[in-house]
Design a binder for this molecule. Structure first.
Ligand SMILES: NC(=O)c1ccc[n+]([C@@H]2O[C@H](COP(=O)([O-])OP(=O)(O)OC[C@H]3O[C@@H](n4cnc5c(N)ncnc54)[C@H](OP(=O)(O)O)[C@@H]3O)[C@@H](O)[C@H]2O)c1
Length: 292
């Protein structure tokens, strides 16, 4: 009988790529969504959908019933650890056999970002839950650049407070393929392991701009801006103060060299080289090009 994998964060970036990666595998994929109206694309892939909210424990048992494997992803928020703990509680009660949790690069109690510190809390709670667990702490997603695609298409520039720091940024498609592998290997195989997927090289945003230029043929500049300017621009764009604070903290950390490293985890788990930023830029070139 096929195993049932429950996907949280199903309307988001990573879990969408994970459902792609699981589409050819003999598992029953079930998606947890908060709003059924957002699940049409998911249902059209043949994925079962359950409506529940990780912030509301009483909504969870029906979604978790009969699940063998849980992909646990929490959106960045001050409530992320609470949502993670609620999911682990529901998994225990439903007899889930394995939890694969999405954490973040550098998660630790003394991490320089609030996201890293909150992930450390949730990671440690899962580690002591008695369930089989695996934790992924991927580096900065190349796909984050898509948040600046319209600005790049219109103005040929993007602005961050990351200085000339270098990042071992990773393509979400590689993270998703790793998650799919872990979720479909023997349940004990990756128990109690923490992986940090990265790309093949640590690059600066100046190098990112040059590679986008190469891929789309138009000039692209990266403008390193001070923390306060980055903060104000994101507040003006309507992001919440909490999220803006988190993003400014990441930029500060990147600018100090905190993120200047890569690992061999993608190569070791997928037995191939990770995708390069140049691959990402080529595959997403249309998004960075003006639609006018
Ligand atoms: N961006 C990076 O560079 C990076 C790097 C390493 C790790 N990470 C980690 O990756 C995670 C974010 O992944 P992502 O970019 O794929 O996320 P995303 O695209 O922002 O999607 C977040 C998902 O979580 C769902 N969600 C939010 N609150 C929920 C709740 N209370 N109950 C159930 N579902 C809820 C959202 O559903 P709705 O559609 O209902 O809102 C959405 O499906 C974070 O934990 C972050 O720390 C990010």
């Amino acid at each position: 009988m096929s195993r049932t994998v429950l996907i949280t964060g199903a309307t988001g970036t990573v879990s969408g790529a994970l459902m792609d990666a699981l589409s050819d595998v003999d598992v029953d994929v079930r998606a947890l969504v908060r709003d059924k109206a957002k699940a049409q694309d998911i249902e059209s892939r043949g994925v079962q959908v359950r409506v529940a909210d990780l912030g509301t424990p009483e909504s969870l048992p029906g979604a978790f019933e009969g699940v063998n494997d849980l992909w646990l992803l929490n959106a960045n928020s001050p409530r992320a650890p609470e949502n993670s703990i609620n999911a682990v509680w529901a998994a225990r009660h439903a007899g889930v056999q394995r939890v694969v949790r999405m954490s973040a690069v550098g998660a630790a109690h003394d991490a320089p970002t609030r996201s890293g510190r909150l992930h450390a809390l949730a990671d440690h709670q899962l580690e002591s839950s008695g369930l089989r667990w695996t934790i992924l702490r991927p580096h900065f997603f190349m796909q984050n650049l898509l948040d600046y695609a319209d600005t790049i298409a219109e103005h040929g520039a993007f602005y961050l407070n990351a200085g000339e720091g270098r990042l071992g940024m990773v393509d979400v498609r590689d993270v998703a393929e790793i998650a799919a592998k872990i979720l479909t290997d023997e349940p004990d195989h990756h128990h109690a392991k923490v992986y940090t997927p990265t790309g093949p090289e640590a690059i600066s945003f100046t190098q990112v701009a040059a590679q986008l230029h190469e891929a789309i043929g138009n000039n692209v500049s990266y403008v390193a801006v001070p923390d306060d300017a980055a903060r104000q621009a994101m507040l003006d764009a309507g992001l919440s103060e909490w999220l803006v604070g988190m993003l400014v903290e990441y930029g500060q950390a990147y600018s100090t060299g905190w993120s200047d490293y890569t690992t061999n985890d993608v190569q070791e788990l997928l037995e191939r080289q990770p995708r390069r930023f140049a691959d990402f830029a080529r595959d997403h070139a249309a998004a960075f090009t003006s639609k006018r």
